[in-house]
Design a protein around this ligand. Sequence first.
Ligand code: CDP
Length: 210
Amino acid sequence: MKPIVAIDGPAAAGKGTLARRLAATLGLPYLDTGLLYRAVGVRVLDAQGDPADAATAEAAAQSLQPADLDRSDLRGPRADAAAASVASIPGVRVALLAFQRGFGARDGAVLDGRDIGTVIFPDAVAKLFVTASLSERARRRWLELRAKGIEAEIATVEEDMFQRDAKDAARAAAPLKAAADAYRLDTSGMDAEAAYQTALTFVRSRIGTQ
Ligand code: CDP
């Protein structure tokens, strides 16, 4: 059977870097599911809509096209906030469910997000819940933004992240939380290499049991 590796956790915990590398090593396709919510949010903003309006956001999710995921404006504070708004709308999550399940169905996959191990693939062979302290995550995101030429105050990045995590964890529809059987990986004092090695050892041990 082709394995599903589910990687969940709060903002900027290092899920993407880790997931991409695990996928390459294991020869599995990789999906950054946050991009789906970001693309829906930005489509709503394009049409001068309100990302918190259910009917508008659901229509944008239902008509999402693969090319929407290639846009260059899916990162940054504007897209962050729009993504978190549309992500709390149940109809948006329903519209994006089949695509995510279909992505992993044929060849297996590594997916990262907030609800992969709890809702999208509750039977995933390996589940990781990746965290780091708020200040460390804010510092990492601030560096990423700077590398992209986006100037921001680190305190603002931290406050926005705190608010977005709180919103993701408090929502009724598929809230951010660790699956009961997830391996918790706190990357606070770890560099990307150490996080990768720890995660790979865990995933290999799980795939070996399949
Ligand atoms: O890169 P970062 O961790 O900051 O965010 P992301 O993974 O791209 O997700 C952006 C937003 O999309 C999150 O704050 C969530 O509100 C939402 N999201 C979600 O609800 N479920 C997912 N599986 C992935 C993202």
